[in-house]
Design a binder for this molecule. Structure first.
Ligand code: UD1
Ligand code: CA
Length: 458
C-alpha cells in the first residue's frame, strides 16, 4: 500500500437526528459514531489523518485530538466538497491517494478498505468510489453509469429525476482520490443544486469530463449504512451488536440468546463465559474465563475467573476477584473490590470498599468507605454510617469478625480481628480484637402483659 492520507467528514449538524448532540457524537457500542470511524482509520496506520469538524466543533475536536488525529475547522459547513477543501492547506506537500470517509458510516471494516485500496492501486485510477446496491436506495446519492458501464456521475436524491431515483447503486461516501486532482477539481465545484451546497460528489463528474480513469468497488450493504436518523442509528447498532457477539462466540463465549445481549466494542471476555439474556457489558469492562452472568449491567469493571453474577446487578468501576458470587440485586459502585470467593447478596450496596477473601455480605447492607478483612460475616441489614453530612469516614473490619444483623458502624471506627458484634448494635467506638460488642438495652419479659392488653381493648 502506498502512502495514504485520510479525511473524515464530521462537520455536519445531522438535522435528521433531531438531537442536541452533534450526530457524529452519538454513542454506539461504547464509542461515539465518529470514534468507530477514527478507530478504523488508525488501524490502517495512515501517514496523515484529519477530521473536518464544524457543528459543536469544540466537543468534536476534543474527541479527535484525544484519538491522536488532527481536527480541521469548517465554518460554516457548506457541503461535503467544501469540507474536504479544508484539508487543502494541510495536504499541500502531499501527493498520493487520499481516503475520504463520512463520520456517519461507522460499520466499515478494515478488510473492506484494504481491498478497496488494493483494487484502486491495481486500476491506477484517479478516483475510486465504494458503491453498494440497495433494495431501498432512498436517502443516498445514486451512481449514474454510462451505456458502456463506466461511472458517469453521482446525483443526490434531492436533485434526482424520478427515473434516476430508481437506480439501486448508491454512493457510500467512501472515496480514494489522487490529492492533486482532488483539490484541483474541488476548486471548480459550484453549489448549483437543490441544497445550495458544495457537493464532493461533483468531483466524479469532473474526473469523467477530464477523461481521467475511475473505478468503482462494490461493498457489503451492511457495512456502509450511513446514519442520518434515529432509525438508521438503531439499524447500525443492531448490526454492530451482532458482529461483536459473533466475534466473542468465535472466541469461546456462550450466549443463551445473543440478540438480547449488548456488548460494547471496548469490552474483553474470556473463554467459557456464559451470558444470559439481558446482559449489558459496557466501557472498559474485562471479564475473565468461566464467568456466568445473568441479566445485569457491568460498566468499566474487572471480573475474575469463575465469578457468578446473578440477576439484576449493577456493577460500575468495580473489581470482582475469582470465584466470587454477586447478586441477585446487588449494586457495586466505583472502587468496590470483592476479593476471591467473597459473596455479595440481595440488596447490598458496596462503594469504595474492599470485601476480603471469602467474606460474606449476603443481605440488605450498605458498605461504603470500608476495609473488610478475610472470613468476615456481615449480618443482614448492616450499615456503615460513613457520612456526617459533610465528610466521609472510614470503617475498618479485620479478619474473622462476625457482625450480627442490623448493626450500624458509625465511622470512623475499627473492629479488631475475631471480634463479635451482637445483633442490633450501634458501634460508635473501636472494638478490640476478640471482644464482644453489644450496645442494645437488655431485654426484659413481662409475663402476661400482652394478653391483659388484649382483654382491656375488647
Ligand atoms: C452523502 C453523499 C451521498 C452519499 C451519502 C452516503 C454528498 C453530497 N452526498 O450524503 O452521495 O450517498 O453521503 O452516506 O456528499 N459534512 C461535513 N460538512 C458539510 C456537510 C457534511 O463535514 O458541510 C459531513 C457530515 O458530518 C457527514 C458527512 O459529511 O459525516 C456526510 O454528510 P451528510 O449530510 O450526512 O450527507 P448525505 O446526505 O448522507
Ligand atoms: Ca449521511
Amino acid at each position: 500500500m502506498s502512502v495514504c492520507a485520510a479525511i473524515i467528514l464530521a462537520a455536519g449538524k445531522g438535522t435528521r437526528m433531531k438531537s442536541r448532540l452533534a450526530k457524529v457524537l452519538h454513542p454506539l457500542a461504547g464509542r461515539s459514531m465518529l470514534g468507530h470511524v477514527m478507530t478504523l482509520v488508525k488501524s490502517l496506520a495512515f501517514e496523515k489523518a484529519f477530521v473536518v469538524v464544524g457543528h459543536q466543533a469544540e466537543a468534536v475536536s476534543k474527541l479527535v485530538s484525544e484519538a491522536g488525529l488532527s481536527p480541521l475547522l469548517q465554518d460554516p459547513p457548506r457541503g461535503t466538497g467544501d469540507a474536504v477543501l479544508q484539508a487543502k492547506e494541510a495536504l499541500k506537500d502531499f501527493s498520493g491517494p487520499v481516503l475520504i470517509l463520512n463520520g456517519d458510516t461507522p460499520l466499515l471494516r478494515k478488510e473492506t478498505i484494504e481491498q478497496f485500496l488494493a483494487d484502486y492501486e491495481e486500476a491506477e485510477a484517479a478516483v475510486g468510489l465504494l458503491t453498494v446496491f440497495l433494495e431501498n436506495p432512498s436517502g443516498y446519492g445514486r451512481v449514474l453509469r454510462r451505456k458502456d458501464g463506466g461511472i458517469d456521475r453521482i446525483v443526490e436524491e434531492k436533485d434526482a429525476t424520478a427515473e434516476q431515483r430508481t437506480v439501486k447503486e448508491v454512493n457510500t461516501g467512501v472515496y480514494l482520490c489522487d490529492a492533486d486532482f482532488l483539490f484541483r477539481a474541488l476548486a471548480q465545484v459550484q453549489p448549483n443544486n437543490k441544497q445550495g451546497e458544495y457537493y464532493l460528489t461533483d468531483v466524479i463528474g469532473i474526473a469523467v469530463s477530464e477523461g481521467l480513469p475511475l473505478m468503482g468497488c462494490e461493498a457489503d450493504p451492511k457495512e456502509v449504512i450511513g446514519v442520518n436518523s434515529r432509525a438508521d442509528l438503531a439499524a447500525v447498532s443492531a448490526v454492530l451488536s451482532q458482529r461483536i457477539n459473533k466475534q466473542w462466540m468465535a472466541e469461546g463465549v456462550s450466549f443463551i440468546d445473543p440478540a438480547r445481549v449488548q456488548i460494547d466494542a471496548t469490552v474483553k471476555i474470556g473463554a467459557d463465559t456464559v451470558l444470559y439474556p439481558g446482559v449489558c457489558l459496557q466501557g472498559e469492562t474485562e471479564i475473565g474465563e468461566g464467568v456466568t452472568i445473568y441479566a445485569s449491567r457491568v460498566l468499566d469493571s474487572k471480573i475474575g475467573d469463575d465469578v457468578m453474577i446473578k440477576d439484576h446487578c449493577v456493577l460500575e468501576k468495580a473489581v470482582v476477584e475469582s470465584q466470587a458470587v454477586i447478586g441477585p440485586f446487588a449494586h457495586l459502585r466505583p472502587d468496590a473490590v470483592i476479593r476471591k470467593k467473597a459473596k455479595v447478596g440481595n440488596f447490598v450496596e458496596v462503594k469504595k470498599t474492599v470485601l476480603g477473601e471469602g467474606s460474606k455480605a449476603s443481605h440488605l447492607s450498605y458498605l461504603g468507605d470500608a476495609t473488610i478483612g478475610a472470613g468476615v460475616n456481615i449480618g443482614a441489614g448492616t450499615i456503615t454510617c460513613n457520612y456526617d453530612g459533610k465528610n466521609k469516614f472510614q470503617t475498618i473490619i479485620e479478619d474473622d469478625v462476625f457482625i450480627g444483623s442490623d448493626t450500624q458502624l458509625v465511622a470512623p471506627v475499627s473492629v479488631g480481628k475475631g471480634a463479635l458484634i451482637a445483633a442490633g448494635t450501634t458501634i460508635t467506638k473501636d472494638v478490640p480484637a476478640d471482644a464482644l460488642a453489644v450496645s442494645r438495652t437488655k431485654q426484659s419479659n413481662i409475663a402476661g402483659w400482652a394478653k391483659k392488653k388484649r382483654a382491656k381493648d375488647l
